[in-house]
Design a protein around this ligand. Sequence first.
Ligand code: NAP
Length: 325
Amino acid sequence: MDDKKIIAVVGATGAQGGGLCRAILKDAGGGYRVRALTRRSGSDKAKELKELGAEVVEIDIDDAESLKRAFRGAHGAFCVTFFWDHFSPEKELAEAKNMADAAKHAGVRHVIWSTLEDTRKWVPLGDNRMPTLMKKYKVPHFDAKGEANGLFSDRGLPTTFLLTSFYWENLIHFGMGPKRGEDGNLYITLPMGDKKLPGIASEDIGKCAYAIFKKGGEFIGKTVGIAGGHLTGSQMAAALTRALGEEVRYNAVSPEVYRGFGFPGAEDLGNMFQFKRDFESAFCGARSLVFSRALNPSMKTFEAWLDENRDRIPVEKDARRASGE
Ligand SMILES: NC(=O)c1ccc[n+]([C@@H]2O[C@H](COP(=O)([O-])OP(=O)(O)OC[C@H]3O[C@@H](n4cnc5c(N)ncnc54)[C@H](OP(=O)(O)O)[C@@H]3O)[C@@H](O)[C@H]2O)c1
C-alpha cells in the first residue's frame, strides 16, 4: 500500500463524481487515490474506473452504514446528491445527513459538498414573485442543498461548499437543446430575459474539485463557486448557430410560461431560472470566471464545449428542407 491520500467519491459513475475520479486518476504523481463509490460495481462505468486504477466500493447513500464503511480511512470525501432521480428535497436532506454523519464518523480531513444556493434567503416563502413549491421551497433542488450546508458545518466537518453551475450537457441529456418551432426555425427556450446564465462543462466540476482537494486547507470552511462561462440566451443561441451551422434563435419566455410547460420538474426549473434572472449579479458574482480558471486552467468555455459536443446535441431535421420546400 502506498501513502497516497484516498479520496472517496460519491456519484463516481456520474457527471460530477466521474470527472473528479478521472482528474485524480490522470494525475498519477499527484499523491491521491480514488475510492469510487457506486451502487453497482459490475456496471460498465464502474469497471471502466477500476481499469483506470480506482478502488471500487459499493454503497447506497440511503444506507448510512455503507457510507461509514466506504469513508473509513479516506482523507477526503466528495459528497453529492441526486435530486433528479427522486425529485424529493427531504430525501436529499436525509442523504446529505448520511454523508455528513459518515464523514464525521470516519474523521475525514476534507469534505467537498456539492451544493447550491438556498434561494429562500433571497425569496422568502411569503414572497409571491414565484410560487412556493412542495409547501416549503422556492427552488426545491437548490433549497435542500443549501439547507444541507448546515449538516456539514454543524458537525464541525472541514468542508468546502462547492457551488456548481448549469451543465451545458443539459442541451444533450435534459431536453434543453434547440427545438424546431412551428415555423421550422430552431429555438432554445429559457426564461432568462437578457440576463446571464453561468454554465459549465460538467467534467470541469470534478477537475475543480480535485484542485480544491490539492490546495489542502485553503478552501476549508469556504464557499467556492465555479463556472466556465456566463452567457445570455442570445449569446448561447449565437454560439449554437456557429457550432451547428444553422441559425438558432433565443426564445425568451417568461418564468410563468416555463413553469407551465408541464414536464416533470418544470415548476422547479422555472423558479430556478427566475432566481438566476432576478439575482443575476449575486448568482454570477458567486461564480467568478477568473477564479474558476485559476483553479482549473483547462476550464472550457461554451464555445470550446460546443466544438467537442456539437454532434451529440440532438437536432430535429428541418422538414421544409427535407421535403424541398
Ligand atoms: N444538471 C445540471 O445542470 C446540474 C447543475 C448543478 C447541479 N446539479 C445537481 O447535480 C446532482 C447530480 O449529480 P450528477 O449530475 O453528477 O449525477 P449523475 O450524473 O446523474 O450521476 C449520479 C450517479 O450517482 C449514482 N447514484 C444514484 N443514486 C445513488 C444512490 N442512492 N446511492 C449511491 N449512488 C447513487 C449513480 O451511480 P450508480 O448507478 O453507479 O450507483 C449515478 O451514476 C443533482 O442533485 C443536481 O441537482 C445538476
